[in-house]
Design a protein around this ligand. Structure first.
Ligand code: XMP
Length: 333
């Protein structure tokens, strides 16, 4: 794409100019489209003077952390450090039932973990001989995020705490004195995807559905336990794999399997068993402000149901959430 190639050249030149020949940059990555495209752009601009950090918060999807590490390190050659804080997160989530408390805990813990690690990275960066100390912080902010944060003072802001909007950038800039770099802040999502392709990021990653910062913690209703994490991950993996196999992934904006902690009865052999209820959700939307449930073929839903009840131990029912937004939101919490 001609326009994107030009945007890329200009942005790389601007970043090189801003950072200088010695400056180093720190950034958090999640494996999502925005942070990956921003990170790859940084890699192109300043190589290993860009330091990416991925925090495993224990509520990523099945094998997701390993997958993201492979994509960013091997495939994209990004200078990445992975921090496994999953045990701390899962420990801290114990006893938390309220969705906003869960979000607040994960957001706050993320900042603590990141800040502690940032210090180590800064020391490593200084010793590496790659340049001077870290002076910049990368943020994959998009144009719609800019708009949203401008209107964030309104009452709708209190509906949900989106931890990736505030928090970390504020701490790294005002707290740590780093200068913010936001190479995507003039772009819409489809332009970021196009830029990703221009940067040679593979199609599967470029087309990835958005995934919330608090991860599957907001897809497990109520308290997060290790058992529910296992069940949610396995069910979600089956659902998404079947969606891919059926060639439906790109027609859907976002899809996942959630865990309802109420137990419903089922029969296994000749015994009554009580198991969790899986709620499948898949929506189409252009702006994520309104959305419709995806109209799956019946046979598809039956296939997914069969696989989940047979392959995921501890599940007795599978339901499909057909609620539109509004009134339903995309996430269940
Ligand atoms: P809702 O559920 O509000 O979701 O219809 C709209 C979009 O926002 C994502 N979402 C979040 N993203 N932290 C995030 O980073 C959050 O706490 C959060 N809650 C919802 C959701 O996945 C959808 O794309």
């Amino acid at each position: 794409n001609w326009t994107m190639a030009r945007f890329l050249d200009q942005e790389i030149a601007r970043i090189r100019d801003l950072v200088g020949p010695e400056g180093q940059v720190l950034g958090a990555v999640s494996g999502g489209v925005d942070s990956t495209v921003a990170a790859k752009l940084m890699k192109e601009a300043i190589g290993d003077r860009f330091w990416a950090v991925l925090v495993n918060n224990g509520v990523m999807r099945l094998d997701e952390c390993e997958q993201v590490e492979r994509d960013l390190k091997q495939h994209l050659g990004i200078n990445l450090t992975v921090i496994d804080a999953s045990k701390d997160f899962l420990e801290g989530l114990k006893g938390l039932h309220d969705p906003e408390q869960k979000r607040k805990f994960i957001g706050g813990k993320f900042i603590d973990v990141f800040e502690a690690e940032a210090q180590k990275i800064e020391e490593a960066a200084e010793k590496s001989g790659k340049g001077t100390k870290i002076g910049f912080f990368l943020q994959g902010t998009l144009y719609p995020d800019v708009i949203e944060s401008l209107s964030f003072k309104g009452p709708s802001a209190t509906i949900k705490t989106h931890h990736n909007v505030g928090g970390l950038p504020e701490r790294m800039t005002n707290g740590q004195g780093l200068q913010l770099i936001e190479p995507l802040r003039s772009l819409y999502k489809d332009e970021v995807r196009e830029l990703g392709r221009t940067l040679g990021i593979h199609e599967e990653l470029v087309m990835r559905h958005p995934f919330p910062g608090p991860g599957i913690a907001v897809r497990i209703l109520g308290e997060v336990t290790e058992e529910k994490v296992r069940i949610g991950r396995q069910a979600d993996h089956i659902f998404i794999s079947e969606i891919r196999k059926a060639g439906l992934y790109d027609q859907i904006s976002q899809a996942y399997a959630a865990v309802d902690p109420s137990r419903a009865v089922g029969v296994m052999g000749d015994k009554r068993v009580y198991g969790y209820i899986i709620i499948l959700r898949a929506v189409t939307t252009t702006d994520f402000m309104t959305a419709e449930a995806f109209n799956f073929p019946w046979e598809f839903l039956q296939r997914v149901m069969n696989r989940i009840v047979n392959e995921v131990h501890g599940v007795s029912r599978v339901t499909y959430d057909i609620t539109s937004k509004p009134p339903g939101t995309i996430e269940l919490e």
